[in-house]
Write a protein that binds this ligand. Structure first.
Ligand SMILES: Cc1cc2nc3c(=O)[nH]c(=O)nc-3n(C[C@H](O)[C@H](O)[C@H](O)COP(=O)(O)OP(=O)(O)OC[C@H]3O[C@@H](n4cnc5c(N)ncnc54)[C@H](O)[C@@H]3O)c2cc1C
Ligand SMILES: NC(=O)c1ccc[n+]([C@@H]2O[C@H](COP(=O)([O-])OP(=O)(O)OC[C@H]3O[C@@H](n4cnc5c(N)ncnc54)[C@H](OP(=O)(O)O)[C@@H]3O)[C@@H](O)[C@H]2O)c1
Length: 532
């Protein structure tokens, strides 16, 4: 059989795009892969390939020396892009790129703090999870200093911020109430949560997020204690084992260190398996489902020393939530809009620790450790006359409820357009009465809804955005500020793509120019995102 040589793939990245030679090579390779990896697929035409260019041009236009700064890009691709870069940049590429502030920094500052050893905790990137922690551990080795190991070394630096203004110096707030936002029969479980800030001395502005120190589920804690075959009141640092398990350590996922610890306590095949798991391998294909309880159940009978066991776990981290209220309408109060994370692994229901703490465990009157996480580049326009376009499916609605309350309380004359979407209109229309009332009073100039499971076709907010292209372009031309909030992995990227298409079609621009236009909106803080 003769093999026809494949024609060379032309460079698809415009010479004018501001890439380094390595980035250009990598991106051309990526495109080449997209276009012709699969021999059975007809290669893309130049026109089709050109359609893909805006994403690349957008990345280039936004490139601040970190082209991997894209939460939808998988970790191996990010690390590839960062190859050959100085260590702090490679550390940054290991982060989840959401700039979500859960670690107390943005991605770049967290990396810089690790590099300069101002920060010793390698496991603060919640959305990056174990993959990020592992990669950071490898990169940290290049510093040629010992890895920060146990809790003593990973303890937070002394607090420098005012109380309640950072994760390292929380304040105390009182939990007031929860109210379910979906109707009975919904597939989702989303809650309107209220806290009283009166005793905390805290305030906030719309756009900020609220950090919560959660507690683990007592039923899970008791199951862990039973699997350890240890007494619940075993003393650990002046507290009991049960108390430490409730609020001191993370019970999901099982950290590498726990498997390493287990490998010391066992022998033969079990030892090899535990070692492999500690190295990030997946000998039985179940690694992704192993929380701390499942790890103990996988290696029954090891009966570890409870104190050493606790040392092998990660500290329990706070979670942040977009604030869904304005202080001007709710003095002394803060509200959140929280989707309860529950999912099934075999017979056991797994619980998202913070969301189910808020959704079912915390009781009215309970005092909780909290802090306000200041928003970076997520705020209403300083000029109250500016139109705003808010795109927030699901819990992404949260900050926009706050924005609308604020615009109402301040009598801001600028028009307000909200895109909200969720699964089913009959069950998942959060704050329906409020939003309809705002429509009636004219505060909400336009309300556009996208229900993904009402009909046979999925309708998402980006479909509505494309339908409304002409009017959207009109608002954008009049100086509208655009906001997007919610899912970082897919929705935010799809929405951005739709906006580029709108600018191209109605602003009569080439796809590349439309991408540059949107990148420029971002640079000028006229397109802001709060995504997770
Ligand atoms: C800036 C910002 C604002 C946010 N605002 C909001 C908000 O307004 N409302 C809101 O609800 N959340 C919001 N979040 C997300 C929130 O911080 C938490 O990440 C979320 O509540 C889950 O935390 P948890 O502790 O309940 O779950 P965790 O204990 O952290 O568990 C979540 C993990 O469980 C796993 N998982 C989840 N579902 C499944 C599944 N079906 N199958 C298998 N594994 C699964 C995944 O590994 C996931 O990472 C925001 C996040 C950020 C960064
Ligand atoms: N890990 C995941 O796969 C995943 C997925 C979604 C959300 N989340 C997380 O779950 C939490 C809460 O989610 P949530 O309650 O805010 O709602 P959500 O689950 O994000 O869903 C809100 C709405 O967005 C739709 N949607 C799904 N994919 C979309 C896309 N690419 N573009 C636009 N819309 C899309 C959903 O439709 P359908 O559900 O009908 O597709 C639904 O109608 C967040 O922390 C979020 O990050 C995780």
């Amino acid at each position: 059989m003769s093999i026809t040589p494949r024609p060379p793939i032309p460079s698809l990245i415009p010479e004018s795009a501001p890439f380094t030679p390595e980035q250009r090579t990598w991106l051309n390779g990526l495109f080449a892969g997209m276009i012709s990896l699969d021999e059975s697929v007809t290669p893309l035409s130049n026109a089709e390939a050109a359609k893909l260019l805006p994403d690349v041009v957008l990345a280039a236009a936004e490139d601040d020396g970190a082209p991997w700064h894209n939460p939808a890009m998988p970790l191996p691709d990010r690390m590839k892009l960062a190859e050959g870069k100085p260590l702090p940049l490679r550390m940054m590429a290991a982060m989840a790129q959401q700039d979500c502030s859960q670690c107390g920094y943005n991605c770049k500052d967290y990396a810089d703090a690790l590099f300069t050893k101002k920060e010793l905790r390698l496991n603060l990137c919640v959305p990056g999870g174990k993959d990020t922690a592992r990669m950071l551990k490898n990169l940290y080795a290049e510093l040629g200093v010992p890895q920060p190991a146990g809790p003593a070394e990973t303890a937070p630096a002394p607090a420098v911020s005012a109380r309640g203004r950072s994760r390292d110096n929380p304040a105390i707030a009182t939990f007031v109430s929860r109210r379910r936002l979906n109707k009975e029969g919904s597939a989702k479980e989303t809650w309107h949560i209220e806290f009283d800030l009166a005793d905390s001395g805290l305030d906030y502005v719309v756009g900020d997020s609220f950090g919560i120190y959660p507690m683990n589920d007592a039923v899970l804690v008791d199951a862990v204690i039973a699997a350890l075959e240890a007494p619940a009141d075993f003393p650990i640092g002046g507290r009991t084992l049960r108390e430490v398990l409730i609020d001191g350590v993370s019970l999901s996922p099982a950290p590498d260190m726990l498997f390493q610890f287990i490998s010391y306590l066992t022998g033969g095949d079990r030892k090899q398996k535990a070692k492999a798991l500690a190295d990030g391998q997946d000998p039985d294909g179940d690694a992704a489902t192993l929380d701390v309880l499942a790890a103990l159940q996988k290696f029954p009978g090891i009966r570890p020393d409870p104190e050493a066991f606790i040392e092998a776990l990660d500290p329990l981290q706070p979670r942040v939530y977009s604030i869904s209220s304005s202080l001007k309408c709710n003095p002394g109060r803060v509200s959140l809009t929280v989707d309860a994370v529950r999912y099934q692994v075999e017979k056991r229901t797994r619980l998202g620790v913070a969301s189910t703490f808020l959704a079912s465990r915390v009781k009215p009157g309970d005092k909780i450790k909290v802090y306000v996480q200041k928003a970076q580049h997520f705020a209403l326009p300083a000029d109250p006359n500016k139109p705003i376009i808010m795109i927030g499916p699901g819990t992404g609605l949260a900050p926009f409820r706050a924005f609308l309350q604020e615009r109402q309380a301040t009598g801001a004359p600028g028009p307000n357009w909200l895109y909200f979407g969720h699964q089913r209109s009959d069950y998942d229309f959060f704050y329906e009465d409020e939003l309809k009332e705002m429509r009636k009073t004219g505060l909400l100039t336009r309300l556009t809804l996208a229900w993904s499971r009402d009909g046979k076709d999925k309708i998402y907010v980006q479909h509505r955005i494309r339908d409304d292209g002409r009017d959207l372009w009109d608002w954008i031309s009049r100086g509208a500020h655009i906001y997007v909030c919610g899912d970082a992995l897919r929705m935010a990227k799809d929405v951005e793509r739709a906006l580029i298409d709108v600018v191209a079609e109605h602003g009569k621009r080439s796809p590349e120019d439309a991408a540059r236009y949107v990148a420029e909106l971002k640079k000028n803080d006229r397109y802001q995102a709060d995504i997770y």
